[in-house]
Design a protein around this ligand. Structure first.
Ligand SMILES: NC(=O)c1ccc[n+]([C@@H]2O[C@H](COP(=O)([O-])OP(=O)(O)OC[C@H]3O[C@@H](n4cnc5c(N)ncnc54)[C@H](OP(=O)(O)O)[C@@H]3O)[C@@H](O)[C@H]2O)c1
Length: 268
């Protein structure tokens, strides 16, 4: 049976996208084929969606005129997976693979197929990701509209030229890890200040969630929101002075630049 979408790689990101796409009603499970070599993973996906098409290797019969492929495998096998999908005759490729350029994927294809590159992040696992998409040489506005519509199933989508994807990787791709490290530190801080660990965990994580929602939902800038909780001579002002004295702001800038540079060198 032909599929509307072939997801190559049913790992964490492939599954998150599959769940989001089905939950949003963009496609039904029966319209999606997941290519996944691991039998245990296939069995788990089968349990979750009995109508989903699942194979360890796709065939010509799975591809119709409107079939697109979403590549969600590790970078080492991304070119082989794209070559396979292109050889089967899919109409376009959407890749979420980090660090592999659209040009490299285009080089594996039999003709001028549209390749859209996307950089999602792990909050996509709970439908709260932010994904940047960029088009390769043969992409039309229709292809980008299609990719944006699909990826909106797991969060916010932003369009940018591909030259920005290393910076995007350093900011939003790796960004969740910076926040998780902040959560670890705040929990340790709470315990050090005398709070039970479980309470410190709840207070730290809910503070990060609440501050994040306020940032997104309020019209105020981060600076204005920070000023609102910083009374002159108060506790927050004292804490912020301590953070500034330890160059936390420039540590974040260095972290993002270093991650972007690492992404650039991995993609070479
Ligand atoms: N996780 C993230 O936050 C994130 C964020 C941005 C981008 N990405 C990108 O998303 C991609 C997938 O990451 P992930 O975290 O989902 O990795 P993952 O959990 O390891 O998933 C990759 C899946 O692809 C399967 N696979 C391997 N070779 C295959 C092939 N030739 N054909 C079909 N399936 C194959 C793997 O099966 P086996 O385990 O049996 O090999 C595995 O189930 C990566 O390129 C990564 O750069 C991930």
């Amino acid at each position: 049976m032909t599929a509307e979408l072939i997801i190559v790689g049913g790992g964490r990101m492939g599954t998150a996208l599959l769940e989001g796409i089905i939950a949003s009603g963009k496609l039904g499970a029966a319209q999606i084929l997941v290519v996944e070599p691991d039998p245990e993973r296939r069995a788990m996906l089968r349990l979750a969606h009995d109508e989903l098409q699942l194979v360890d290797s796709p065939e010509l019969g799975h591809v119709g005129p409107s079939t697109s492929a979403l590549i969600a495998v590790k970078p080492e096998v991304a070119e082989a997976a794209t070559r396979l999908a292109g050889g089967l005759g899919v109409r376009r490729i959407l890749s979420v693979v980090a660090g592999i350029s659209a040009a490299r994927l285009e080089g594996t294809l039999p003709g001028p197929l549209p390749v859209v590159r996307a950089m999602p992040n792990t909050p996509a696992l709970v439908g709260a990701g932010v994904t940047v998409i960029s088009g390769g040489s043969h992409v039309t506005k229709d292809d980008l509209d299609w990719a944006e519509d699909l990826l909106r199933a797991v969060g916010t989508v932003v369009r940018l030229p591909e030259k920005h994807l290393d910076a995007v990787t350093g900011l939003s791709g790796s960004g969740p890890a910076y926040v998780f490290m902040m959560a670890e530190a705040l929990i340790e801080a709470g315990v050090t200040a005398g709070l039970p660990r479980e309470i410190a965990r709840v207070l730290a994580t809910e503070t990060i969630l609440g501050a994040g929602r306020l940032l997104v939902e309020s019209d105020e800038s981060p600076e204005e929101l920070r000023a609102m909780v910083t009374s002159p001579g108060g506790t927050t002002a004292a804490a912020l002075r301590s953070l500034e004295a330890r160059s936390v702001r420039s540590a974040y800038i260095e972290a993002v630049l270093t991650a972007a540079e690492r992404s650039r060198s991995l993609g070479r």
